[in-house]
Design a protein around this ligand. Structure first.
Ligand code: PLP
Length: 391
């Protein structure tokens, strides 16, 4: 594959460290660059090098990967790679302590995607799903696979979730509703549901309706109107909170997520899980939970780069939906698919279309270097499209 913007691994790492240094994050950027260099020294995997060369802004990943402490914990656990009966890392207990719940309230899974899958299998075999549209589509795909009916509630004009309409849809279908889904902050918009709105939902629907609150992007929120819904689990409300190590902890490829829920719900959900979590990430997860310094750094650099990029786009006349996550949606004022294709030709992967938001492009926040590549490509593509429109 021909890349329009070739860059050696060393040049790439140096560029990133330099760019991060410029916003005052040198020591941690250097630690990250050091790990990237070690990965480079291990050697190329083969055709995957093409993938490495892309600016990957399509899947809301953490571009920095796991921290040094987490990487070391996983490397130490490598010795268990050939075992089934390796010692327990204590991850369940650590999570319970971290969240102030009991171990019986914790259900581990291979990514929070598996938690969503388990929720569908548990609650939608003979139940209806209620949720916003658009929202995290995988849940709706699982529900469709189970032939469950879905009530999709459109977003409001400001792209927030329509809380009164979600409550109304749940009450109107009360006998049939198996699950109400709230993605907070929502994917693909990045908009949050306030703590008052969550309370409104829980107080506004029959208390036996399970509510799945997906907090995959919890760690990126910087807004006092938001709060985690974990205290509702402690209260014993029929709430399932889904969390992941894929985003703030940079472990998407290692697959680790979990649910926090009252005991009665965990007991119903557990039989639907595979329990297949690898030895490395069981240890990496414990280290990640403890490494709050790295989490704070990822949050800061991500928000700084999101703010910088959306301001640059606004200066060009392209507004973004306010986001509380590690991605944002920019209004292109034209269909997104042809633009997505152009980005790919320039070595930049951006989000797919999310109907009915067909003119909004979802962009994950990558490294400083990746965001520069995005802006260079954006200006080129939009200039060419505008020139074409005039012809
Ligand atoms: N929930 C939301 C809202 C997501 O955006 C994602 C992934 O992007 C997931 C859940 C699943 O994440 P994972 O399975 O990697 O934990």
């Amino acid at each position: 594959m021909a890349m329009s913007r070739g860059m050696s691994r060393r040049g790439f790492v140096g560029g990133v460290a330099g760019a991060l240094g410029a916003i005052g994050l040198t020591p941690r950027a250097e630690a990250w660059a050091r790990r990237a260099r070690i990965a480079g020294e291990v050697g190329a995997l083969g055709p995957e090098d093409d993938y490495d060369a892309f600016a990957k802004l399509a899947n809301n990943e953490n571009p920095y990967g796991p921290s040094e402490a987490v990487t070391k914990a996983m490397m130490r656990a490598m010795k268990y790679s050939n075992r089934y009966g390796y010692p327990d890392s204590g991850l369940t207990e650590e999570l319970a302590k971290h969240h102030g719940v009991k171990p019986e309230n914790v259900l581990l899974a291979a990514g929070s995607g598996e938690i969503l899958d388990i929720c569908c299998s548990t609650f939608l075999r003979d139940g209806l799903l209620v949720g916003a549209d658009p929202s995290y589509n995988i849940l709706y795909s699982h529900a469709t696979g189970l032939k469950a009916d879905i009530v999709r509630v459109p977003l409001l004009a400001d792209f927030r979730q329509d809380i009164p309409a979600l409550i109304r849809a749940t009450r109107m279908n009360y006998r049939d509703v198996g699950l109400l889904y709230l993605c907070n902050p929502n994917n693909p918009t990045g908009r949050l549901v306030t703590k008052d709105e969550v309370r409104q939902v829980l107080d506004g629907i029959p208390e036996d309706v399970p509510v799945l609150i997906d907090e995959a992007y919890h760690h990126f929120v910087d807004d006092a109107s938001y709060a985690t819904s974990v205290p509702y689990v402690v209260e014993g409300r029929q709430v399932i909170v889904a969390r992941t190590f894929s985003k703030i902890s940079g472990l998407a490829g290692m697959r680790l997520g979990y649910a926090l829920a009252p005991r009665n719900l965990v007991q119903r959900m557990r039989p639907w899980g595979t329990g297949s979590i690898n030895a490395l990430v069981r240890y990496g997860g414990v280290a990640a939970l403890r490494d709050t310094e790295s989490q704070a750094w990822v949050k800061k650099v991500t928000i700084d780069l999101r703010t910088k990029t959306t301001r640059e786009l606004a200066a060009l006349g392209y507004e973004s939906i306010p986001s509380d996550a590690n991605f944002f949606m920019v209004n292109l004022k034209r269909p997104v698919q042809p633009v997505i294709d152009e980005f790919k030709k320039k070595g930049v992967l951006v989000g797919r279309p999310f109907p009915p938001l067909n003119e909004h492009l979802r962009v994950s926040v990558g490294t400083a270097d990746e965001m520069t590549r995005f802006m260079v490509a954006f200006k080129d593509i939009m200039r060419a499209k505008a020139a074409n429109d005039k012809e």
